[in-house]
Design a protein around this ligand. Structure first.
Ligand code: ZN
Length: 148
């Protein structure tokens, strides 16, 4: 499937998606619905599509994407609210990353995937001693890292 501007109403398709031929139509549909709901474009992070080095292989299968919503860059919405809004789209997995940067500025960002799960898997990626670690996406951890 080729991702075009016509198919993605709000998001910005670019080479960061990786191999567009294997990107899941369900993933594109959910990302697009999320963008329309929030009224934002997204920026797929470097190697945030089918390429790069990732914790899980959902990226390699074209079933996951890492991105930064433009509304975070514009500071029109918090990362916490972007995360909560993601829950209405019945994704297979939602990761939240408070330390991701856009043009050198910390904005935070999200991982979406469409793995087949009855309940959305969630996690919080944080930097601990310079290394990205995965902890529970819960209020205690969100408060500890300043996103709630
Ligand atoms: Zn990811």
């Amino acid at each position: 499937m080729i991702i075009t501007n016509a198919k993605l109403g709000y998001s910005i398709p670019d080479e960061s998606w990786g191999d567009k031929n294997i990107i899941s139509p369900e993933l594109v549909s959910k990302v697009d619905a999320y963008c329309r709901f929030l009224g934002t474009k997204i920026f797929v992070t470097k190697n945030g599509g089918t390429q790069g080095f990732h914790k899980a292989d959902w990226h390699w299968k074209g079933m996951a994407v890492d991105f930064i919503p433009e509304i975070l860059i514009q500071k029109r919405m918090t990362l916490f609210d972007c995360y909560i809004a993601a829950m209405r789209f019945k994704l297979g997995g939602v990761g939240v990353y408070a330390h991701w940067k856009y043009n050198g500025e910390i904005t935070g960002g999200l991982h979406f995937d469409v793995r087949p799960e009855a309940h959305t898997a969630t996690w919080f990626g944080v930097l601990i001693n310079g290394k990205q670690e995965y902890i529970a996406a819960n209020l205690e951890n969100f408060r500890k890292y300043g996103i709630a």
